[in-house]
Design a protein around this ligand. Structure first.
Ligand code: GLU
Length: 334
């Protein structure tokens, strides 16, 4: 009898002990990817990554792929953009983020806006689409080039966005300061198009992939806006002076009423993380994107030209995270 009781209690104890362990093993681990405004392309990058990962996780849970120790779940909320995302990764609030190649460089090296705040533990995962830096102006404002912005009301972007920083770098290169404008606003990317269409601002600066629905709205609303060319010595100086900038062209016909190519300079959108994020998680995220690549590319027209071999090197100045490197080596990409 005593033996039975003791074995029953041993069983109960075993059950009590194993229940929480079992539920821990089954419960998912949540993480966050910082994106950009809801009408931008970063929002699609982050949410597409989550979609690919969840797809992979579902097939694992349904027994088609075994060996995934943990179930990971992610969310990719809209945020203030590049510099905000990098700051949140540094603070441990986000595990991943999308950021312009110029801000990846500056954060990792402690230059420009990141002077005195260097984030040496920033790690690269892959790069994504091209982001030409664009200044869109409403037709009636008659802005033909950078100098034409004198005396205009210009949205310079919200603090934390990549475009805000890149606009400031462009102003520096042009030897100009914000006083050249009649006024400036700090609207977010999702607010700026409405402001332009309503005639509240004359122009805005934005680094974003194309084609982009919000820019099509700017081209077709009452503003009949178009991006201006950003060329000439100072812009060429930016391109020649840094690996994270390149010449960029938005081909004619990309937007309604766009009769000519628009030439400017641009950056790459990149996917970044922190050195303290686990190798397992970064590996799984990288693998989910690379092994569902055709599906990933269909998630936004700006992804149509992505190629794996470029994604593992272009626009990356921080070291690759070991989890990403592990996948690239395993897949024979490196
Ligand atoms: N390049 C912008 C930024 O860094 C975001 C563009 C987008 O949301 O697609 O803030």
């Amino acid at each position: 009898m005593r033996k039975i009781i003791s074995s029953i209690s041993a069983l109960a104890m075993l059950l009590a002990l194993s229940l929480p362990i079992m539920s821990v093993a089954k419960s998912a681990e949540f993480f966050t990817i910082g994106t950009g405004g809801p009408t931008g392309v970063y929002f699609q990058v982050g949410n597409s990554v989550c979609k690919m990962l969840h797809k992979q996780a579902i097939s694992a849970e349904h027994g088609r792929k075994k060996g995934t120790a943990k179930a990971y779940r992610c969310t990719a909320p809209s945020t203030g953009g590049s510099n905000y995302n990098i700051g949140q990764i540094k603070a441990g609030e986000f595990q991943f983020g999308v950021a312009q190649s110029d801000w990846q460089f500056h954060a990792y090296n402690g230059s420009s806006k990141w002077e005195g705040k260097q984030f040496g533990d920033l790690r690269a995962v892959f790069s994504v689409h091209n982001e030409p830096f664009q200044i869109w102006a409403r037709k009636k404002a008659k802005v033909k080039d950078f100098d034409g912005l004198k005396g205009k009301v210009v949205n310079i972007g919200n603090p934390g966005s990549g475009q805000r920083g890149t606009m400031e770098e462009l102003m520096k290169a042009m030897g100009a300061d914000m006083n050249m404008f009649k006024g400036t606003t700090e609207l977010t990317s999702s607010q700026q198009v409405k402001a332009l269409c309503d005639g509240k601002i004359d122009a805005f600066g934005y680094s974003v992939g194309f084609p982009n629905g919000a820019m099509e709205e700017a081209a077709t609303c009452a503003a009949k806006a178009m991006p201006i060319n950003l060329t000439g010595g100072p812009v060429q100086g930016l391109i020649d002076g840094a690996d994270y900038y390149a010449k960029a062209v938005i081909p004619k016909g990309t937007y309604t009423g766009q009769k000519k190519d628009v030439t400017t300079f641009g950056v790459k959108a990149t996917f970044v993380t922190g050195a303290n994020v686990s190798e397992e998680l970064v590996y799984l995220v990288t693998k989910a994107v690379m092994e569902n690549f055709e599906d990933f590319k269909k998630q936004h027209p700006a992804f149509a030209f992505l190629e794996k071999k470029n994604m593992i090197k272009d626009g990356l100045s921080a070291p690759l995270h070991p989890g990403a490197m592990k996948y690239y080596k395993e897949a024979g990409l490196m």
